[in-house]
Design a protein around this ligand. Structure first.
Ligand code: 2BA
Length: 108
């Protein structure tokens, strides 16, 4: 058995947990904080047989992987209101994944 720890953006958590559950994976979500940026992230723990690890990784990549999203930039407060906003591509998402061996697993 393996334990997958995936550190993801908090806004991706609910969706990926739902999809993992739909594929019969059990998930625990921890609210975590990055040590460098000190911003909130989410850490998912997924315990699974080693044959299923790749399936979990595929789901994580599809639902939380780095991707471009169009964001609306607002004009600075000092600029006149007539200034129009622009859409710019911003990179969102991303997952840092650790896969570790589970020596023993019990439900008591
Ligand atoms: P990422 O490398 O994508 O890491 C995102 C978050 O994943 C990290 O948040 C941390 O919570 C976790 N993480 C990544 N690698 C880890 C590891 N080896 N062990 C434990 N947790 C790990 P933050 O620490 O806030 O880092 C946010 C982003 O800042 C990182 O994105 C990386 O691009 C950059 N970064 C982190 N530490 C850095 C450092 N010492 N020097 C320069 N840049 C750093």
């Amino acid at each position: 058995m393996k334990m997958i720890y995936a550190i993801i953006q908090p806004q991706d958590a609910d969706n990926v947990i739902e999809i993992l559950n739909q594929h019969s994976f059990m998930v625990t979500k921890l609210s975590s904080t990055g040590g460098f940026l000190r911003k909130g992230n989410a850490t998912l723990m997924v315990g699974t047989p080693k044959e299923k690890v790749d399936e979990v990784l595929q789901i994580l990549k599809a639902e939380c992987g780095k991707r471009k999203q169009m964001m609306c930039t607002l004009p600075y407060a000092e600029t006149p209101i007539v200034a129009s906003s622009t859409m710019v591509p911003v990179e969102v998402g991303g997952a840092t994944v650790f896969i570790v061996d589970v020596e023993r697993f019990e439900k008591i």
